[in-house]
Design a protein around this ligand. Sequence first.
Ligand SMILES: CC(C)(COP(=O)(O)OP(=O)(O)OC[C@H]1O[C@@H](n2cnc3c(N)ncnc32)[C@H](O)[C@@H]1OP(=O)(O)O)[C@@H](O)C(=O)NCCC(=O)NCCS
Length: 166
Amino acid sequence: MTVTLRQASGYDLDALYRLEQVAFSGDRFSRRQLWHLLNRAHALTLVAQRGHRDERPVALLGYGTLLFRRGSRRARLYSFCVHPEGRGSGLGRQLLEALEDEARARETEVLGLEVRVDNAVALGLYRRMGFCPERWLSDYYEDGCAGWQMAKPLVAFEEAASRGEG
Ligand SMILES: CC(C)(COP(=O)(O)OP(=O)(O)OC[C@H]1O[C@@H](n2cnc3c(N)ncnc32)[C@H](O)[C@@H]1OP(=O)(O)O)[C@@H](O)C(=O)NCCC(=O)NCCS
């Protein structure tokens, strides 16, 4: 199966909304929030789909959104999921690696994220990919679950220092 990762566009709104419904059990984005993310200048969304990039599929296999802030070299992984039927075959890792590359290409030095403390699969993936816990977030999710804020440096310390921000 060919899996393509590409930047999302406004045409992906319906498919993203459907994916959001099946991939998350709570704290889902509304259509309006997804529309905003797709059209926001400082956000970037990558989607994973079966087939080639010029095909517009009804269903998406996964997506991830990064938020950037003007004047900041820290980006945030704002949303990230894989369709339940596509899990466990490496797509989550592939998508996250591609998102890190996109962040590096925009001169991001640190990528941050938040994750539920009971989300063992995501926590394991983030740890193995080099994210470290930064801050405990009590009562962070809509059901009262706590979270971890985690972060990963995307450039070597020497490189960051040579940019004058050591
Ligand atoms: C987290 C998520 C994106 C991972 O996607 P995925 O495609 O299953 O991930 P992968 O197949 O790349 O697997 C990632 C790692 O988790 C491990 N893993 C996957 N499913 C697992 C499971 N059910 N139990 C234990 N480990 C599992 C894999 O072995 C892999 O290990 P590696 O890092 O050593 O290679 C996916 O489970 C998901 O969408 N969950 C619901 C939404 C969510 O929680 N998003 C994150 C919010 S912070």
